[in-house]
Design a protein around this ligand. Structure first.
Ligand SMILES: C[S@@+](CC[C@H](N)C(=O)[O-])C[C@H]1O[C@@H](n2cnc3c(N)ncnc32)[C@H](O)[C@@H]1O
Length: 215
C-alpha cells in the first residue's frame, strides 16, 4: 500500500482494505492498549468511553475488568463501527457494549455521561484538538479519568506515512495541550517497544501515555 493510502486508512479505515489495516493495528498496538486499559482502574458499573476503537479488538478486556461495566465505542469510520459490532456481538446483545459512528469533537452524549475515557493513536488526526478535548471533558464526570496515548514526535516523524496529514506532539506539547484543556495530568509515562509497525517493518516505538483527571 502507498504511504498516502496507508495514512488515509489509519485516519479512517474504510473499504476493501479496512479489515486488513485494522487487523494489523490490533497486532501492532495490543500491548499498548492493554497498558492503557489497565491504567484506567476500571471498577464495577463504570461507564467507559473509547474514542477511535477501530474494530473493537480490546473491548473484552474492558468489559471483563469488573461487574456491570458499560462500554461505548465512538469511531468516525462506519466500516469500523460495523466490524466492531460484529466482533463484539455477545457484549452488544447483553447490553454491556455499544458502538456508534461519530467524531469526538461533537459527541451525541449528555454532560457527565462517562466515568472514564480512553483513546489510543488518534490525536494526530484532530485538526483542532482543543475542540475534541473540550468534548471529552464535557462528557466525563467531574473527577473522571481519561487515558490518552500517542506516538512521540521523535519516532513518528521518521515514519513514511506521517507527512500525509499527521499532527505530531512530543511529551511537553502533549501535556500542555491536556492541561490547557482542563485536565490534570496524574501520570505520564513513555511506553517503548520494538515491533512490526504499520509499514510491515520493525520499528522502535516511543509512545506517550497520559493518565489525566477531569478538573
Ligand atoms: C490509527 S487507528 C487506532 C485504532 C486503535 N485505537 C488502536 O490503538 O489500534 C485510529 C482510529 O480512530 C478513529 N478516529 C480517529 N479520530 C477519531 C475521532 N476524533 N473521533 C472518532 N473516531 C476517530 C479512526 O476511524 C480509526 O478507527
Amino acid at each position: 500500500m502507498e504511504d498516502r493510502e496507508l495514512a488515509a486508512q489509519l485516519r479512517c479505515p474504510n473499504g476493501a482494505d479496512a479489515a486488513e489495516v485494522a487487523g494489523r493495528m490490533n497486532e501492532a498496538n495490543r500491548s499498548l492498549n492493554h497498558k492503557c486499559i489497565d491504567l484506567l482502574q476500571i471498577f464495577a458499573a463504570d461507564r467507559i468511553l473509547e474514542i477511535g476503537p477501530s474494530n473493537g479488538a480490546f473491548v473484552d478486556r474492558i468489559v471483563n475488568k469488573a461487574a456491570e461495566v458499560h462500554y461505548t465505542g465512538l469511531d468516525w469510520s462506519a466500516d469500523m463501527v460495523a466490524e466492531a459490532g460484529e466482533a463484539n456481538a455477545g457484549a452488544v446483545t447483553s447490553g454491556s457494549a455499544r458502538f456508534l459512528q461519530g467524531s469526538s469533537d461533537s459527541m451525541p452524549f449528555e454532560e457527565a455521561s462517562f466515568d472514564k475515557a480512553l483513546t489510543v493513536h488518534t490525536l494526530y488526526f484532530w485538526e483542532t484538538p482543543t475542540d475534541h478535548l473540550a468534548e471529552v471533558r464535557r462528557v466525563l464526570n467531574p473527577g473522571g479519568l481519561f487515558c490518552i496515548a500517542f506516538g512521540d514526535l521523535e519516532f513518528m516523524q521518521h515514519l513514511p506515512f506521517v507527512p500525509y496529514g499527521f499532527r505530531l506532539y512530543d511529551a511537553i506539547l502533549g501535556q500542555e495541550l491536556l492541561r490547557s484543556s482542563g485536565f490534570d495530568v496524574l501520570e505520564f509515562q513513555q511506553h517503548r517497544e520494538t515491533e512490526v509497525g504499520n509499514t510491515g517493518e520493525e520499528v522502535e516505538k516511543i509512545i506517550n501515555i497520559a493518565l489525566c483527571q477531569r478538573c
